[in-house]
Design a protein around this ligand. Structure first.
Ligand SMILES: Cc1ncc(COP(=O)(O)O)c(C=O)c1O
Length: 407
């Protein structure tokens, strides 16, 4: 398909909105992406004509809904190139995926004195579950520092790896700075040390083509809502051996084979980790988002987004009032910065009054903010429907903010 941003934009009804008298320029894709009408219609169609609970009935609708749900799993398997369908477990999102693994490691792997490696630039979702794991197991957390560009210091990582390291958990792309971490190299190094690796793919899933077999990661998780799909759905991929070894995260219906008051036998994969009624519509909606992206083509998406990124960086570099926070060589379309000495929240409000949506704050990454000695940043993040003219509007809005605060 030949990429045409106007055609893509026409698929997203929300982009027709006017905010404070201006057309919406949505530059907060790292927080959540907007949904194309294909996904919205898929959800509506499910609730109108397909809704039933799955895996537990004998009538037409339940069998049909079950088929759709398992088809969604299959399409996710293909999307991330997992070896088996049962290696793709549905969750509520990235946060739940990380908690599922951290909880399993706490109960089945970690012992006092063990170590867990994460980095200085993780989202809270990839910090707090591991702190909890340490609290309950007696393991301790080791942190890979980052340099002033926001890149992880791989020499320090190599020094941290040792026989006590029981898991490495790293973001594929840092949400606060946009840095693309060298995860393939980091996975190889961990495996040479006999250590499994969990990759937090929350940001990468929308901007990279993911091949979990090629990466050879042990776990990979992401959220549907960041990849133009619904909220309330995500995936944790795990290698079969690891998923077999970890205990179930939650107990309830569907994750069991037999239950008596004496003993419960757990279900096989993937159901062992899918307790209770799953977000069925959302899983099917996620499949529709994936099909939408596949139709546009990963190469087109990457090219469009890298052009937007380059254009924005070039324009922003010319503004003396912009101070970049982190400037990694390998970067996703995410830019964190400060504007003169104006508080990021004030900048966010001024931009909002011009219809421009950016994120301001800590981005759920307080240790990253601490590393750079700031309380908050302004973050612009781009997606498939953004345009050069929206970036021009962002720059104009920033200039106006500076003028306003100079008075
Ligand atoms: C890198 C990273 N990890 C984890 C998360 C948590 O994702 P969710 O809130 O969808 O579970 C986010 C969300 O912004 C993120 O950017």
């Amino acid at each position: 398909m030949i990429f045409n941003v106007d055609i893509v934009r026409a698929d997203f009804p929300i982009l027709e909105l006017n905010v404070h008298g201006y057309p919406l320029a949505y530059l907060d894709n790292a927080a959540t992406a907007q949904k194309p009408s294909q996904v919205i219609k898929c959800l509506q169609n499910y609730y109108e004509y397909q809704n039933a609970n799955i895996h537990r009935g004998t009538y037409y609708l339940t069998e049909f809904a079950t088929e759709l749900f398992e088809e969604a799993r299959k399409s996710i398997q293909q999307f991330i190139n997992a070896k088996h369908q049962h290696e793709c477990i549905f969750t509520r999102g990235t946060t739940e995926g990380i908690n599922l693994v951290a909880n399993g490691f706490t109960r089945a792997v970690l012992k006092p004195g063990d170590e867990i490696i994460i980095s200085q630039t993780e989202h809270h979702a990839n910090i707090v579950p591991w702190q909890m794991a340490c609290e309950y197991s007696g393991a301790s957390l080791k942190i890979i520092p980052c340099n002033n560009a926001g890149e992880l210091e791989i020499d320090r990582y190599i020094e941290l790896l040792n026989p006590k390291t029981k898991i490495v958990a790293i973001a594929h792309i840092c949400n606060a700075l946009g840095a693309i971490n060298p995860i393939k190299e980091m996975i190889t190094l961990a495996h040479q040390n006999g250590t499994p690796v969990l990759i937090d793919g929350a940001q990468a899933i929308a901007h990279q083509s993911i091949d979990v077999q090629d990466l050879d990661c042990d776990f990979y998780c992401f959220s549907g809502h960041k990849v133009y799909g619904p909220t309330g759905i995500g995936v944790i991929y795990g290698k079969t051996d690891w998923l077999e070894r970890l205990p179930p995260y939650q107990g309830g219906g569907e994750m069991i084979q037999t239950v008596t008051f004496l003993k419960t036998i757990y279900n096989h994969l993937p159901y062992k980790f899918e307790a209770g009624t799953m977000p069925i519509a959302q899983a099917i909606g996620l499949q529709s988002a994936i099909e939408y992206l596949q139709k546009i083509g990963t190469a087109n998406i990457l090219q469009h987004e890298s052009m937007l990124l380059r254009y924005a960086l070039e324009k922003m570099k010319d503004e003396a009032t912009i101070n970049f926070i982190g400037y990694p060589k390998e970067r996703a379309p995410i830019i964190s910065f400060l504007l003169a000495d104006i508080h990021p929240h004030d900048v966010g409000t001024i931009l909002d009054h011009k219809g421009i949506a950016v994120r301001t704050g800590q981005h759920c990454a307080q240790p990253t903010m601490d590393r750079f000695g700031v309380n908050a940043t302004i973050r612009a993040s781009f997606g498939i429907y953004n345009t050069f003219s929206e970036i021009d509007r962002l720059i104009d809005g920033l200039r106006d903010a500076v003028k306003l605060f100079k008075r």
